[in-house]
Ligand binder design. Structure first.
Ligand SMILES: NC(=O)c1ccc[n+]([C@@H]2O[C@H](COP(=O)([O-])OP(=O)(O)OC[C@H]3O[C@@H](n4cnc5c(N)ncnc54)[C@H](OP(=O)(O)O)[C@@H]3O)[C@@H](O)[C@H]2O)c1
Length: 243
């Protein structure tokens, strides 16, 4: 009998939850608990950290988890690392449901930085109008570059702003290239800062930046430990049948 734990919080995890529920597989969907009103799931949901790799291992033992799918965001490096450690400790098979990184196309003006710290450093310099698309959790890091006027688009209202000059758009998307182009034009955006999340949901701002000839500061993905990587819900269902 399969008893699956899905580490979620992404579009991919939501698609997997739908497929797993449709097949009647026993599974729990885990949220970090950061979003005020998370999307409902067709599976039992738990929310909040496990308490590190040890906590996750304990949760898996207590709940007789047989398989784990790490479908977290590519920047959720801590959770993904903990999943590798805990699954190894408990002897439970783990696979990650991942999405390919974005790659620059003709016309893109991307400068790459390895992480948030480097992105903050790259923003030293005169004030600009910046579309800061890095999510709520990292906004405070950018407060040392408070000279800029930031456009922020977030799922929830931010707790703290990186500058006195901010425009906040609260939206979950999905976003289109035309809408993002109009948004950036309306706000006079000169630079886009983006994490290399991959996938289609957040791609629109990059297409809009290319269309407008705007530079993008692209934060590359963190390195993650080696694990089985699957790229579609179908592959996950096959893996669950034959891990
Ligand atoms: N980072 C992003 O850019 C981003 C963007 C969109 C969505 N998300 C989603 O937001 C969540 C948190 O991301 P993060 O950047 O904070 O990750 P993180 O830095 O890797 O995780 C920090 C801690 O949050 C807890 N956590 C993270 N994901 C969890 C989950 N699915 N279920 C239970 N606990 C979880 C874990 O706490 P314990 O150590 O206590 O277990 C983890 O150690 C993830 O589910 C991710 O998919 C992240």
């Amino acid at each position: 009998m399969i008893n699956l734990l899905i580490l979620g919080g992404t579009t991919e995890a939501n698609a997997l939850a739908k497929a797993v529920a449709a097949q009647g597989v026993s599974a729990v969907y885990s949220y970090a608990g950061r979003v005020d009103t998370p999307r409902p799931q067709p599976l039992p949901v738990r929310a909040g950290g496990f308490g590190g790799a040890d906590g996750l291992a304990g949760y898996m033992r207590d709940n007789a988890v047989t398989h784990v799918i790490d479908a977290t965001h590519p920047f959720a490096a801590q959770m993904s690392g903990n999943a590798v450690t805990a699954c190894r400790e408990v002897g439970v098979p783990l696979a990650a449901l991942t999405r390919p990184a974005w790659h620059a196309q003709d016309g893109d003006r991307w400068a790459h930085v390895p992480d948030i710290t480097a992105a903050v450093a790259a923003l030293s310099g005169p004030a600009q109008r910046v579309f800061l698309a890095v999510g709520r959790m990292h906004l405070e890091d950018f407060a040392v570059q408070s000279q800029h006027h930031y456009l922020l688009r977030l799922v929830d209202e931010p707790d703290a702003l990186p500058s006195p000059h901010c425009d906040v758009v609260v939206s979950r998307g999905p976003f289109s290239e035309a809408d993002d182009r109009a948004l950036m034009q309306r706000h006079g955006i000169e630079l886009v800062v983006s994490k290399n999340a991959g996938g289609t949901g957040a791609r629109a701002k990059l297409d809009a930046a290319r269309a407008l000839g705007l530079p993008v500061l692209m934060i590359d993905r963190p390195a993650l430990p080696q694990r089985v990587e699957l790229s579609s819900v179908t592959q996950v269902l096959d893996w669950l049948a034959h891990p």
